[in-house]
Design a protein around this ligand. Structure first.
Ligand code: ARG
Length: 236
């Protein structure tokens, strides 16, 4: 069995701690008080492979990566896009999904192209690649919210004109909303698990786990099941 080398104070701990931000269906969301979703299952499988217990905690998205850098958690999994900037601070696993961000808009105010976004009030979840799209590509300040759903609520209330978010939570947000629609991808991104730098053993175990859950159909099943469950929760 491979050892979990976490390089942190609670090294002897027999529990793998995952850190996430659970307003991001179907990757992580709340079922009552319980954090569930695709990322949770991938990390649970990593813990299983290591023969360890598993724990998951949710914090603001801004605090997810800092939590593995400080050693507060072992695995950061939160639909985290691999970026060059983040690679300076953490090591990333192999990617487990190809995805990207989209524009959420009111059908009465159709989105055509990103040039149209210039100078507009745009809602984004703070700390995300949607935020850096607005600051770095559009060279303006977005309206930051705590979750994609909160940004979409601001769109519905007319406090912002557009929302930018990852496609899957965006799809969940517009589900059952007749007045809202989403665009095609405006970026191409990949999600991976982030860990504190310099843990080749742990990284290897994570990559093996990702390869296994992809190959044996578990990942595909989690995607289908948690998408359906998150959509159902929306209907309530
Ligand atoms: N993929 C985007 C990023 O890495 C958004 C992730 C937000 N995740 C979350 N669990 N709220 O910036």
């Amino acid at each position: 069995m491979s050892a979990l080398v976490c390089g942190c104070a609670d090294n002897k701990d027999d529990t793998v701690k995952m850190i996430t931000e659970a307003t991001f269906p179907p990757y992580e969301f709340l079922r009552g008080q319980e954090i569930v979703g695709i990322d949770v299952e991938i990390c649970r499988a990593v813990a299983q492979k290591l023969g360890k217990n598993f724990q998951c905690e949710t914090v603001d998205f801004d605090s997810v990566i800092p939590a593995v850098i400080s050693g507060k958690a072992h695995l950061a999994a939160a639909g985290i896009t691999v970026t060059e900037d983040r690679k300076k601070n953490v090591d990333f696993s192999d990617p487990y999904v190809k995805t990207g961000i989209v524009v959420v808009y009111k059908k009465g105010n159709p989105f055509k192209d990103t040039a149209q976004l210039k100078g507009k009030k745009i809602g984004v979840q703070g700390g995300t690649t949607s935020e850096t799209f607005v600051t770095d590509e559009l060279k303006q300040e977005p309206e930051r919210t705590k979750s994609p759903a909160e940004a979409v609520a601001a769109l519905k209330a007319g406090r912002v004109e557009f929302v930018i978010a990852d496609i899957d939570p965006a799809k969940n947000c517009v589900k059952g909303e007749d007045t809202l629609a989403i665009s095609d991808f405006i970026t191409s991104e990949e999600y991976a698990i982030a860990i504190k730098k310099g843990q080749p053993e742990l990284l290897k175990t994570i990559n093996e786990t990702i390869a296994e859950v992809k190959a044996d159909g578990r990942l595909e099943k989690w995607v289908a099941d948690f998408t359906a469950e998150a959509d159902k929760l929306k209907d309530k």
